[in-house]
Design a protein around this ligand. Structure first.
Ligand code: PA5
Length: 365
């Protein structure tokens, strides 16, 4: 069957049962509802943790699909302040973490060994500690130590639970005035934008009208390189890369301008000698001109140079608020990566290599 027809023959759950037996696309379609639900997830407060102290910086510690919510938080903190957010993707926290640091340990399963080690570090540093998880050992630690924790619904792949993992963190910061912005309207807008995208990109919308299916087709057999035009699009470009890695099981790379213009741009001089099948997706924002007019010229020149050896595609953020624009670009990748998995005939949910690696490490004790 031609690829176009393959993507148009998956409108119902039954039709996609073979290629998507665990229903990743159903989770993607429910993502707007997940975000709405996630906003109301309550925080539990214990009596443990450090003595109250001024919060001067925030470290979110987590890995993979659980860390990316921290990246989103960082983008918002960069915009609205007043204090910095960094994301730690390692066993150990930086040595500057102390009682003036809020450490948010984010692990969907609650059993990721790096995150469990990092929360121990946070305890030793007498940091302020908050936990977002669906359960596991991390939930036990939080309850036992009396840390603040938000318990999110479990039972799905972490990368499909970004709403559950992110919005409780946003609430935690907003309620403590650690972000100088009110998000109620932005959240409403975000969910609305996501719902509209779900209608336009869903499986029942034929390829001819469905830009996610069209992009998946264009990327089939190619090595996707995702470039964020600037700012938060760098974080989202990394999320696209990870979604192609995990959902589609293919190599993909990401970077952001202007940094790309100072090194990786030269990769395109000889990239076609390494492989013939590159495809570059630029993540753009309708507001980028007002952010920085010079970035437009950078994008144009980069596209011209890259376009000499690769197909070039553009995807634009939607919505007005930063939150909506960020999540709109994130959401489009969910559809594209799952449709591309269908074209390759791989199950978007299975992560056998990650599971294997985690099992091997468990044997170390
Ligand atoms: O998406 C995935 O399954 C992974 O990237 C996980 O998020 C990662 O392995 C960390 O696991 P957890 O999110 O349960 O802490």
């Amino acid at each position: 069957m031609p690829e176009e027809n393959r993507l148009d023959a998956i409108a119902t759950r039954e039709q996609r049962a073979t290629v998507d037996p665990q229903g990743m696309l159903d989770l993607v379609l429910k993502f707007p509802d997940q975000c709405r639900e996630a906003v109301s997830i309550p925080w539990h407060y214990g009596v443990g943790g450090s003595e109250p102290a001024e919060t001067r910086r925030i470290a979110v510690t987590g890995l993979g699909g659980s860390a990316i919510g921290g990246d989103f938080l960082r983008c918002l903190a960069d915009e609205y302040g007043p204090i910095p957010v960094m994301v730690n993707r390692d066993y150990h926290l930086p040595h500057w973490v102390n009682r003036n640091t809020l450490v948010i340990a984010a692990s969907y399963s609650g059993n990721t060994e790096e995150t469990l080690q990092a929360i121990r570090d946070a305890g030793l540093a007498e940091a302020q500690i908050a936990v977002v998880t669906s359960g596991g050992r991390l939930a036990e630690i939080a309850k036992h130590a009396g840390y603040a924790y938000a318990l999110v619904p479990g039972g799905q792949p972490p990368r499909s639970a970004t709403g559950y993992m992110f919005f409780p963190q946003l609430n935690f910061l907003a309620h403590r005035s650690l972000l100088r912005h009110t998000f109620d309207k932005d959240i409403e807008e975000t969910v609305h934008v996501l719902e509209q995208l779900a209608r336009r990109l869903g499986p029942e919308v034929p390829t001819a009208q469905n830009v996610a299916k069209q992009l998946a087709q264009a990327l089939y057999g190619k090595i996707p390189v995702i470039y964020g035009s600037q700012g938060y699009r760098g974080v989202v470009a990394y999320r696209w890369k990870c979604q192609f890695n995990e959902n589609t099981k293919i190599a993909a790379f990401s970077n952001v301008l202007p940094e790309q213009n100072h090194n990786e741009i030269l990769a395109w001089v000889q990239a076609n000698k390494q492989a013939q099948n590159w495809a570059v997706v630029f993540l753009r924002d309708p507001q980028e001109r007002s952010e920085n007019p010079r970035i437009l010229r950078r994008v144009e020149v980069t596209q011209e140079l890259v376009g000499r050896v690769a197909g070039v595609y553009e995807v634009y953020a939607e919505g007005e608020s930063l939150l909506a624009r960020l999540f709109s670009l994130v959401y489009i990748a969910d559809f594209v990566s799952v449709y591309l998995a269908y074209l390759y005939g791989v199950c978007p949910t299975e992560i056998s290599y990650i599971d294997h690696l985690k099992e091997e490490l468990t044997k170390l004790g």
